[in-house]
Design a binder for this molecule. Structure first.
Ligand code: AMP
Ligand code: GLY
Length: 428
């Protein structure tokens, strides 16, 4: 009998995880909670919400789940790993103390400062008047971050004092992010190019995935409001081998040591959001989970079995740090509902996914989809992650957009420049 695995989440990242994990010869059964119609091809979906950590624990106990892989940050910050551990259940993902790296910007910035990891200069405020006074003396642009989880909306890079003060008021006085906005971090704005660097760790050893890059803004040319991520590719040429080496030495080694000094042995994924300026990396943020949509191209390049590494991290000892990575570049283009990240319609019938999947080297990962009377319909802001791999980045981009062209629904929106920055950097 092989292992039974539970994947928590319902987005494109979790579809990529389900696709990869279900290919493992070590695994005989995969469940997903709550999953989506794409995930349902690889896993049995159970209608439990990612926030219902007690219900998830009861389910894992009743099904004797061997390994639970947590996709999103919220259950980790809520302490799912600690809760499961009480019943002897193995979880891939950090405990509540470790998850504070994403759950509290103040915790994250303080620990980085303490161990000398390069990051933007900052100050912490829990009093509105003091924060306002400080922000008005700060050079523009100025960056303000709500301390706690705010579904990706808790950060502003303010170009004017009006914008800064209005974000500060909404966060600290109106309370649009609830208690997550009781404290704020005000920090200097860094220049450069962003990249994601994601590693597996057992708290001591680090196994890096290849670099990747997200496209956070809604519009071509990185214009318009921030989103959960409109597309990603791997590798990111801005992350040269020298920069990677620096990040491992200057960021991950001191951070893991500082965590251990606080009795936090961090197990799972550690994702550094970096700003790279002329080869100098600085940390913008940490996430305690795989990136979405970075996971989609990364898993397309991950050619070995993912499960042994997940198990080793969850058990707290990486013995075999070798991973097989396809050298070819991969790219994911996110197709979203028109209007996202603002208001958008749901329930639009989606056509052409099976035609797109007939193209070689293409996988269509589901994010916000649903089924209605046997038809695939839209059910969220980010709907699909159309992912392709190719001999060259240019080829992978062309293949992904060929697939995108075959998929239709009313109001479908996607960026047309995913990967362009990497092509320009390479001079292709
Ligand atoms: P965070 O959630 O901290 O990653 O912030 C979200 C986005 O805001 C980042 O992906 C950056 O695009 C931007 N950002 C955050 N902090 C800074 C900073 N100090 N300087 C420039 N841009 C930033
Ligand atoms: N792609 C950014 C994130 O997952 O937070």
């Amino acid at each position: 009998m092989g292992l039974s695995v539970l994947i928590i989440g319902s987005g494109g990242r979790e579809h990529a995880l389900a696709w990869k994990i279900s290919q493992s010869p070590l695994v005989s059964k995969v469940y997903a909670a709550p999953g989506n119609p794409g995930i349902a091809r690889h896993a049995e979906c159970v209608p439990l919400s990612v926030d219902d950590i007690q219900g998830l624990r009861d389910f894992a106990v009743s099904k004797r789940i061997d390994l639970t892989v947590v996709g999103p940050e919220a259950p980790l910050v809520a302490g799912i790993a600690d809760l499961f551990a009480k019943d002897g259940l193995l979880v891939f993902g950090p405990d509540q103390a470790g998850a504070q790296l994403e759950g509290s910007k103040v915790f994250m910035k303080t620990i980085l400062q303490e161990c000398g990891v390069p990051t933007a200069d900052f100050r912490v405020f829990d009093d509105y008047d003091e924060a306002e006074q400080y922000v008005l003396t700060h050079r523009l642009p100025v960056v303000i971050k709500a301390d706690g989880l705010a579904a990706g909306k808790g950060v502003v890079v303010a170009q004017t004092y009006e914008e800064a003060v209005s974000f500060l008021k909404e966060t600290m006085e109106t309370g649009v992010f609830g208690s997550a906005g009781d404290r704020v971090v005000i920090e200097e704005c860094l220049a450069g190019e962003e990249a994601s660097y994601i590693v597996f760790t057992d708290g001591y050893k680090v196994v890096p995935l290849p670099s990747s890059q997200d496209h956070k803004r809604i519009g071509d040319g990185d214009l318009g409001p921030n989103t959960g991520g409109m597309g990603a590719y791997s590798p990111a040429p801005v992350m040269t081998p020298e920069v990677e080496e620096r990040v491992l030495r200057e960021v991950f080694d001191p951070l893991l040591a500082a965590l251990r000094a606080r009795k936090i042995v961090y197990r799972g994924i550690l994702y550094a959001g970096l700003m790279i300026d002329n080869g100098v990396p600085r940390v913008l943020e940490f996430n305690v989970r795989f990136g979405d949509p970075e996971a989609q191209p990364l898993f397309m390049r991950f050619s070995g079995d993912l499960v042994p590494l997940l198990l080793q991290c969850a058990r707290g000892k990486i013995d075999d740090a070798s991973i097989e990575i396809d050298p070819r570049p991969a790219i994911c283009v996110v197709m979203a509902s028109g209007g996202y990240p603002g208001k958008y319609a749901k329930g639009c019938p989606i056509e052409g996914v099976s035609d797109a999947e007939k193209l070689s080297d293409v996988i269509v990962f589901h994010a916000g989809t649903a089924m209605e009377q046997g038809r695939l319909i839209t059910g969220g802001g980010r709907v699909l992650g159309v992912t392709a791999i190719g001999e060259t980045l240019k080829g992978a981009i062309a293949r992904a957009y060929d697939a995108v062209d075959l998929i239709h629904w009313e109001g479908a929106y996607y960026r047309s420049d995913i990967g362009k920055k990497a092509l320009l950097r390479r001079g292709v």
